[in-house]
Design a protein around this ligand. Structure first.
Ligand code: F3S
Length: 755
């Protein structure tokens, strides 16, 4: 950890000078987001008046975090870069590969057996290259980062879209693909489009049933899944300072669900309390020394409209608990409206399972408030109607809540405690009967609820809520139950009402843990061997992608015209496929199998233009590849929303797709495609989406004079002999065009390291 303290000292030593210089340069007060961004400009990046939403800027993040599913590819790529050690403090967290089924201990043992090869690989690469390694069972990346590494005013990138969780401790923390992590670990600048800024003023104070989760559920309802795209969301106001640090983490965590680049809060006493409670009093002291630089200048919050691109105000005193869903996290319904909304939409109202925990909501405060409700079951003679599960976010939280008797209380309502891992949140839930695909409802305190996300069943209606509300609804077993107004009938036939939840922000006896599950890297890793078997199913060393051939791309077959929502889950499904995250060829067998074919409304069923037959997407693409023919994927709005997984870009690249043409992209996915040397283009006229026909052969014209801001031309050759010429926009800057030409960013990194 000493390495970290030195790094934090340096950040705090430099922040006053850097912030002053930026303020002077711009001649105006600065928001918190701007202060952190300016304080982290890469040394090669000159201070300028960057244009929001337009300028690409080089940054030097302070640290990198990786989860096991994405770390495999990030580290396979890092190994290719040829460096002896990571350039910034970095960690790997084994949380995504553990299937939740029976209970923590049994499930964990099974995962350790099943994924031994992957864990051994990650442990040895970490050991060799100076990376901190958190073993399976140690916890979920974002909770472990909040407890150990996040610090106010810092900048971090992580290979997981919920890296943004660390905004709860005043960071700018951004979810990226493994290729970006590879850049930063290799000491290269990391590029980001200078974001727009959304200010959210929180007035009043949470009370009764309302929780921090309800703030972000309400914000998601206002902004929708696209509303935060390209923006940093900065929360401020008395409502912000009155909330716990972990509550702020929950709000920032789900900023990923509105597409935001990240979210953050200014440094305050709740953060100081959390730093001290998690053994980082030294960081709190240092932060106190520069605290005016760890929040916006006073003028900004006094007149936010002047400094933010959009301002939203929410009065926490009036905030109602919300349930968001089903199938999308922005469909927000206040609890008082759920009865009529559920009936009107025909949503199944019987709740089968309530699930709490995950990286979003497993703080001590969350669990203590949920336990205050679970206690009332026996006190009031009730019986819990739905199944109930808990996935703690870290061993430290699990150990502490066990010590404080919370797990015993949950036990009395029949709860199952799963391993400290992602489990049901990422589809790693071996739920009994899910294969029957029955229509059913679950409520959870996670962040995402796309179809099939939790249990693989497309007919599971998943609603997102605070852990308190999930617990109350699981007790009632009824989606239409409003604990603020409704009563329940107890075992004696009496009408009883649940008291509002209560709990402790932090454990009064402090956090405790026996074995946190951490492996420090070797001081000198040069002798550590990293083995990858050439016959492995799980891991495959990478070969560089081929460089651009130097000509326009002609004769591309349309692979699929995807209809509607096409998230990274649709492009590279999680669940059972997670185990192939380190093996590019094997995982490519899931490419786009969740995307809906525009022409027949089916998934994984497209026309092979060579045979006229319909078949699975990966097999069809492999047929094109075998024939030496490139292809193009066409997508709808916000293509690639969801997660940061670069597999969604690497798989099409590996199988020979050359271009992805959409109405619009999710930011991370667009960058990932660029990094892999793909062409990511958008329709200049969105109506041109309708001109794409099933048997089209496509030419991309203008690549020999490919330059920033200059659109490309696309010629669609239709089966009947006619053709259409349309215009495609792109957001490639000069550097990204070099990536395209070299066949991927990694090819350039290798060249630079070798030089
Ligand atoms: Fe894991 Fe779900 Fe969080 S997959 S990292 S618990 S969003």
């Amino acid at each position: 950890m000493a390495f970290d303290i030195e790094m934090i000292k340096k950040v705090y030593a430099e922040i006053p000078g850097k912030v002053d210089a930026a303020r002077k340069f711009l001649g105006r007060p600065l928001t918190l987001s701007e202060k952190i961004l300016f304080a982290h400009l890469h040394t090669d990046q000159a201070l300028q008046g960057f244009e929001r939403g337009k300028s690409y800027v080089d940054f030097a993040p302070d640290r990198v975090a990786m989860q096991d599913a994405t770390a495999q590819m990030a580290l396979l790529q890092f190994m290719q870069a040829g460096r002896p050690k990571v350039a910034v403090p970095s960690t790997v967290h084994c949380d995504h590969l553990i299937t939740a089924k029976t209970e923590a201990k049994i499930d964990l043992e099974k995962a350790v057996n099943e994924s031994k090869e992957v864990y051994d690989f990650l442990a040895s690469v970490s050991n060799k290259y100076g990376i901190g390694f958190w073993k399976p069972g140690a916890g979920i990346i974002h909770q472990v980062v909040l407890e150990n590494y996040a610090f106010p005013g810092g900048m971090m990138i992580g290979t997981d879209s919920h890296t943004v969780n660390a905004g709860g401790l005043g960071m700018i923390a951004i979810g990226v693909g493994g290729a970006d992590a590879c850049d930063v670990m290799a000491g290269l600048p990391w590029e980001l489009k200078w974001p727009k800024l959304i200010g959210i003023k929180l007035t009043g104070k949470l009370n009764g049933w309302a929780a921090p989760k309800d703030v972000i559920l309400k914000v998601a309802g206002i902004l929708t899944v696209k509303g935060g795209t390209g923006c940093i969301v900065e929360y401020f106001g008395e409502g912000a300072t009155s909330m716990s640090c972990t509550g702020k983490g929950t709000i920032c965590n789900m900023g990923a669900e509105i597409g935001a680049t990240t979210s953050t809060f200014g440094y305050d006493e709740s953060m100081e309390r959390y730093l001290r409670a998690t053994g980082r009093g030294d960081v709190a002291e240092m932060a106190n020394g520069v605290k005016e630089h760890l929040t916006a200048d006073a003028e900004v919050y006094a007149d936010p409209e002047k400094y933010f691109d959009q301002v939203i105000e929410i009065n926490l005193s009036e905030l109602e608990p919300h349930l968001n869903g089903p199938f999308t996290p922005d469909l927000a319904t206040p609890i008082s409206k759920m009865k009529e909304t559920a009936v009107a939409n025909g949503w199944p109202t019987k709740i089968e399972v309530g699930l709490i925990g995950s990286c979003t909501n497993s703080s001590y405060e969350d669990i203590s408030r949920a336990v205050s409700l679970a206690k009332q079951v026996s006190e009031k003679g009730l019986k819990t109607k739905a199944e109930f599960t808990i996935t703690p976010g870290s061993e430290q939280v699990r150990y502490t809540i066990e010590r404080d008797g919370f797990l015993d209380v949950f036990d009395t309502i029949g709860a199952k405690v799963f391993a400290n891992a992602c489990g049901p949140c990422i589809g790693m839930w071996d739920r009994v009967g899910a294969e029957k695909a029955e229509k059913n409802t679950i409520v959870h305190s996670f962040n995402r609820n796309f179809a099939k996300r939790a249990d693989g069943n497309p007919n599971t209606y998943a609603f997102v809520a605070s852990p308190e509300l999930v617990t109350a609804l699981a007790i009632a077993g009824d989606l239409t139950f409003n604990p603020l107004t409704d009563t329940l009938v107890n075992e004696k036939g009496e009408q009883v009402k649940l008291d509002p939840p209560s709990g402790d922000e932090l454990p009064t006896k402090g956090f405790d843990v026996d074995d946190p599950g951490y492996q420090a890297p070797a001081a000198d890793g040069s002798g550590v061997k990293v083995e990858v078997s050439p016959t492995s199913n799980r891991l495959q060393l990478l070969d560089p992608f081929a460089a651009w051939e130097g000509t326009d791309l002609k004769g591309l077959k349309l692979l699929i015209k995807a209809k509607g929502k096409c998230t990274t889950d649709h492009i590279s499904m999680a669940g059972p496929w997670l185990k192939f995250r380190g093996h590019l060829d094997n995982i490519s067998n899931n490419m786009l199998i969740g995307a809906v074919n525009f022409y027949n409304d089916k998934t994984d069923n497209i026309k092979n233009q060579l045979t006229g037959e319909y078949g699975p997407v990966p097999a069809t693409q492999r047929a094109y590849k075998a024939a030496g023919i490139g292809s193009i994927v066409v997508g709808d709005e916000n293509y690639g929303e969801g997660s940061s997984r670069e597999h969604a870009a690497m798989e099409p690249r590996h199988l020979g797709v050359r271009v992805v043409l959409t109405k619009s992209f999710a930011r991370i996915h667009e960058t990932n495609l660029k990094k892999q040397g793909m062409l990511a283009l958008t329709f200049a006229d969105k109506n041109d989406y309708d001109k794409i026909q099933e048997d089209d052969i496509v030419d991309i014209i203008g690549l020999t004079s490919f330059e920033p801001g200059k659109p490309l031309e696309i010629v669609l050759h239709h089966k009947d002999g006619s053709s259409d010429t349309i215009v495609a926009n792109h957001t490639y800057n000069a550097q990204q065009i070099e990536w395209f030409k070299a066949g991927g960013a990694l090819n350039i990194i290798r060249r630079q390291v070798a030089a």
